[in-house]
Write a protein that binds this ligand. Structure first.
Ligand SMILES: Nc1ncnc2c1ncn2[C@@H]1O[C@H](COP(=O)(O)OP(=O)(O)OP(=O)(O)O)[C@@H](O)[C@H]1O
Ligand SMILES: [Mg+2]
Length: 281
């Protein structure tokens, strides 16, 4: 265990978590006709017995190819989809079957930036209006002037100029939009930021800026990071620990240095061989 995390409490963990989908994609007329409908009952084990834990202040990466179950895992953690079996614990409380109303205080600890983050910014709202939304939820009875100065300080943290606040999302670059998504989630004062493939659409230099921003949020504010990516090099750069997923299972789980320095599984070796050697700094 990393010395920096040794005495930290566990923030979130899963025990043999399983999520099964009835695969709607084989519902096509073609398969119906050819296979006489029996494929309609085909089940996909998107998560197949996943057990992991993440401590306060930890940076943990989840790496794997498309379809390995990365997004399913974080959707299950946020209870956006139900667990088929197994358990999810937040602060060591079992939240797996908790009603949404009771789960709300736990949900506040965790914020997610989704894979299609560009679509999560309302194109008809200015950045100021976009930033006010979470603040109005988190700080209900607080004067507008306080919220305005809070927005400016959040923009400072993500290194965006407040002069952009009157702009609309489509008047920003991809990197700037990504910073707005991060600033929005920080408004909720999370203990854990889950980032689902948030840098893969950005060019390498902008990727590096966002990764360094996440590192500084972790270092300066102690926010834990759960970083999902198909790029093992980027994940190694950001995260002290990582797990490698394939077909809904964890193949390797440990320190990024150990996994990338001495990969045990051929699949991990393949992931490493797939990335061009890039230098981020
Ligand atoms: N709503 C759904 N209904 C049926 N199958 C689904 C659903 N969501 C995901 N799956 C299946 O579950 C598996 C895991 O998908 P998931 O989206 O978690 O993968 P991922 O690792 O996030 O992939 P990517 O890197 O492409 O985002 C895939 O086989 C996918 O087709
Ligand atoms: Mg995904």
């Amino acid at each position: 265990m990393n010395a920096r995390l040794e005495n930290k409490k566990t923030l979130i963990r899963t025990d043999s978590l399983r999520v099964t989908f009835r695969n709607a994609r084989v519902f096509s007329l073609f398969s119906k006709y050819l296979f006489n409908r029996h494929l309609n009952r085909h089940l996909v084990n998107a998560l197949d017995g996943v057990s992991f834990s993440l401590k306060y202040g930890e940076r943990l990466g989840i790496v794997g190819e498309s379809g390995s179950g990365k997004s399913t895992l974080i959707h299950a953690l946020a209870k956006l989809i139900p667990a088929t079996s197994g358990s999810i614990f937040v602060n060591e409380d079992d939240v797996t079957h908790m009603a949404w109303r009771d789960f709300r205080p736990y949900r506040k600890l965790v914020q997610i930036i989704f894979q299609d983050f560009c679509n999560t910014l309302n194109p008809r709202m200015t950045l100021e209006e976009i930033m006010l939304e979470p603040l109005n939820i988190r700080f209900k009875n607080v004067p507008k002037t306080w919220k305005t100065s809070k927005i400016k300080s959040l923009f400072d943290v993500v290194m965006l100029s407040s002069s952009l606040l009157s702009r609309y999302p489509d008047q920003l670059s991809g990197g700037q939009r990504q910073r707005v998504s991060i600033a929005r989630t920080l408004a909720m004062e999370p203990k854990l930021l889950i980032c689902d493939e948030i840098v893969s659409a950005l060019d390498v230099s902008v990727q590096a800026q966002i990764l360094n921003l996440l590192k500084s949020l972790n270092r300066d504010q102690g926010i834990a990071i759960l970083f999902i990516s198909h790029d093992i090099a980027v994940t190694e750069y950001l995260c002290e620990n990582m797990m490698v997923m394939k077909d809904g299972r964890i193949l390797e789980y440990g320190s990024s240095e150990a996994i990338c320095g001495d990969p045990q599984h051929p699949y991990t070796k393949k992931l490493i061989s797939c990335v061009p050697s890039i230098h981020i700094g």
